[in-house]
Every structure is written in C-alpha cells, then in structure tokens.
Design a protein around this ligand. Structure first.
Ligand code: SIN
Length: 195
C-alpha cells in the first residue's frame, strides 16, 4: 500500500528562512543525485542502521508487487554512512515527491570526515508507515528484490548500485553486501529482472 507523505513533509518548517540546507542520503540519494546541489560530502549519522525494510510501490515495484528499498531503523550505537548534499530549500519540492511513499523529513545532526558537524534533513520511513514491510530473512528479501521492478527500473539495480556506491565510499555495510551476495547467487544481474 502506498502513502503519500508530500503534504506532511511540506509542513516541516525547521529550516524555514535558511538559504541552504544539508540533506543526508543513505540509499538511492547516494547513487542518484537527480537534483542540483551546492556541495556534496561523505557524512555519517549516529543511532540509525540501514535496512531494506521499506516497500516501494512507486519506484522499484508496483502496488501489487512492491519492491524493497532502504530505510533507517533506530539502533543504539549504530553509525550509518552516506552522502550529504548542500541544497537550496527549493529542491525539497522535488525531493518530497521522490520520497513520497512513506518517507518523512526528520532533522538530524550529520558528521563530516573533517570532524565538523551540521544539522540537516534525512528522509526516514518509520515502521508505522503504510508501505513498511519490516524485517525478513536476507534470502527472502533478495528473492523479492530479484523479482520486483517499477517505473524507476529493476529493484535489483537499486541494490547493486547502492552496494557499489558504498564500496566506492569505502564504507562497507554487511546487510547490503549480504543481500548483494544472495541476489547474485539467485542469478540476478540488476538489469534483467522480470516485469
Ligand atoms: C535516501 O536515499 O536517503 C532515502 C532512501 C532512498 O531514496 O533510497
């Protein structure tokens, strides 16, 4: 089931009046920056772990055959690495549309490699959203990813591109890499998932 979060996100006024805002990306926002940005820097946030627990009905699956994409689950002591983008507030109209299937804008501190920090926005799909799928075995998640595709392409491409982007960042993620291993063992190359 899909849930359109655009109207809720438009009410977020935490950064009103700011000329630019930091956005932290941990999923497709790492490998697909389809928006203009002023600056981009590797960053991490604390207390969250990346999980393929969110259903995708609009990008990497359909209403009847949802795919799986990442969200963040709270976990004490965890660190989630990703990419931070400095954007103008106008970009949030496009971002809210892109992340509309259950993701909410949350304010977060993000940490950069030079030891500095900034407050900005991260899109998180919490466990109470209508598209949330939650935990499953890595084999079941990989099977679902292998068979799903949506308007943005095969679900397998999302997983493989995320794994590759994390390797390029030098930030291994065991959950993502294990799913990548399972997906490849299932014979999926990210380009030929069935419709
Ligand atoms: C993100 O990348 O930060 C959010 C999840 C996604 O769009 O894949």
């Amino acid at each position: 089931m899909s849930l359109n979060t655009i109207a809720i996100n438009q009410q977020m006024n935490r950064f009103d009046g700011h000329a630019s805002v930091w956005l932290f990306g941990y999923g497709s926002l790492i490998f697909k920056a389809d928006f203009p940005f002023i600056e981009r820097r590797p960053a991490f946030i604390r207390g969250w772990t990346r999980r393929f627990w969110q259903g995708s009905h609009d990008h990497r699956g359909t209403e009847t055959a949802p795919g799986r994409v990442v969200t963040l689950a709270p976990l004490e002591g965890a660190v989630c690495h990703g990419m931070a983008y400095l954007v103008t507030p106008e970009e949030f109209a496009h971002l809210d549309h892109r992340e509309k299937n259950g993701y909410l804008r949350l304010a977060t501190d993000m940490h950069f490699e030079d030891g500095t920090t900034a407050e900005g926005i991260v899109y998180i799909a919490t466990h109470d959203n209508a598209a949330y799928l939650g935990p499953a075995s890595e084999l079941d998640i990989a099977r679902q990813i292998a068979s799903a595709r949506g308007p943005s392409g095969p679900n397998s491409e999302y997983l493989l591109r995320l794994a590759q982007a994390l390797r390029e960042l030098g930030k291994p993620d065991e959950h993502v890499f294990e799913l990548e291993r399972q997906l490849i063992a299932l014979g999926s190359n990210g380009m030929s998932a069935p419709a």
